[in-house]
Design a protein around this ligand. Structure first.
Ligand code: HEM
Length: 139
């Protein structure tokens, strides 16, 4: 019974964290498209900082329940190591996006809108890989 509650909570916080991972780069895209409108950009930066903080809290809880599934319920296998590698890349992506947001807040130029659109798609591929590995457990 506890296993299913821990896994449900793990997935709840994973979904909340992924929502912030997917949405934060879109705020950067909007900041880029609002060049010359400082008040709009300020509002977007504020939204981004709040989303970034929220994302870190959600990741913390997803991690605690994930490690509980791993160590307390004895999940193991190559799939878990490969999944955690993709999760680490997703986390690095989230940190890099946060650094870009903070740089744009002090007036640094962001990458081009086209580059940002491609950058936006990266976490979808990483998340799909992590979800497939944990559900199919192929190795
Ligand atoms: C933060 C570090 C994470 C750790 C340590 C972790 C660890 C785990 C473990 C041990 C399980 C149990 C597997 C089972 O019961 O069959 C699990 C389930 C799951 N995890 Fe994670 N996970 C983490 C992050 C994530 C992320 C970021 C995603 C999505 C991209 C994710 C998606 C899932 C899914 C979908 C399940 C349910 C699999 C099933 O029911 O078969 N996890 N996780």
């Amino acid at each position: 019974m506890a296993y299913f509650w821990v896994k449900s909570l793990h997935l709840l916080f994973v979904v909340a964290w992924l929502a912030s991972v997917f949405y934060l780069p879109r705020i950067l895209l909007n900041i880029n498209e609002c060049a010359g409108q400082p008040t709009v950009q300020e509002r977007l930066v504020l939204m981004g900082k709040r989303l970034y903080r929220f994302g870190h809290v959600m990741f913390g809880f997803a991690f605690i329940f994930g490690v509980t599934l791993w160590l307390h319920f004895g999940m193991k296998g190559g799939w878990l190591h490969a999944k955690l590698l993709l999760v680490a890349l997703l986390f690095a992506y989230f940190i890099a996006t946060g650094v870009m947001l903070k740089k744009s807040a002090v007036g640094d130029k962001l990458m081009s809108t086209t580059a940002l659109r491609w950058y936006n798609e990266l976490p979808i591929l990483l998340a799909l890989g992590a979800i497939y590995l944990v559900i199919a457990k192929p190795f």
